[in-house]
Design a protein around this ligand. Structure first.
Ligand SMILES: [Zn+2]
Length: 221
């Protein structure tokens, strides 16, 4: 559904792509529809072949009814082709820059980094399109995998700003250093949960092995 929206330029195209799923699951990859005449994937052979649904079976009819439900199609036609969840995705990628997954942070450390990411994101989420010195709009070209060699043209945004860094520095030097106790007290009041692993039950090894083997025994009989 996401792909149908993000890869289309009209409501009709979104709906055509979506309805093609009903054919695809029955191993039919060309569609009687000028907005989306054919699946974009290469022929599915060998390991790529699926257990296709057989036409007119109950399972197939049921799924087809869901895919082609008139109310759903009407809604899908109105789906945005541009702005689904891309802002959430870019927010998540900002969080990853501030708190990379490869590093383990304390609870407070993680909280601070997530908050910094939010502040950075809020300051920069509405950046406008950059222009050249001559005043012409700037663009960049992307080659997303789903377009299989085809490209998308996207507006190039102005560089991010970091005004929040100045504000935070002012806060630290003008207020926090002056009266650290207030801030330290506040920090101590934050409820820090225990480590996740300490909340789990850890059986002893013998018990775990015994349960594993009895389960294995049961599932083979
Ligand atoms: Zn297909």
């Amino acid at each position: 559904m996401y792909w149908c929206g993000s890869s289309s330029s009209s409501g009709r195209e979104i709906v055509a792509k979506w309805k093609s799923v009903a054919n695809h699951v029955q191993d039919v990859h060309s569609h009687d529809n000028e907005d989306f005449p054919e699946c974009l994937h290469l022929p599915l052979v060998g390991d790529q072949a699926r257990h296709w649904l057989k036409p007119s079976t109950a399972a197939c009819e049921k799924l087809t009814d869901i895919i082609k439900a008139p109310r759903l199609l009407k809604d899908m036609e109105k789906m945005s082709t541009d702005f689904q969840t891309s802002s959430i995705e870019s927010y998540h990628s900002v969080i990853l820059k501030f708190a990379p997954k490869s590093v383990a942070f304390s609870f407070i450390g993680m909280m601070c980094r997530t908050q910094l990411a939010a502040v950075h994101y809020n300051e920069n989420s509405k950046r406008i399109q950059a222009t050249t010195r001559e005043g012409e709009l700037r663009w960049h070209i992307l080659y997303p995998r789903y377009k299989r060699g085809d490209y998308s043209v996207r507006p190039l945004k102005t560089n991010p700003t970091f005004k929040y860094v100045d504000e935070l520095q002012d806060l630290v030097f003008d207020a926090v250093l002056d009266q650290p106790e207030t801030y330290q007290d506040f920090l101590r009041q934050i409820p820090v949960p225990a480590d996740l692993c300490s909340q789990f039950y850890q059986p002893d090894k013998q018990e775990a092995v015994a349960r594993h083997t009895s389960r294995f025994f049961l599932s083979n009989n």
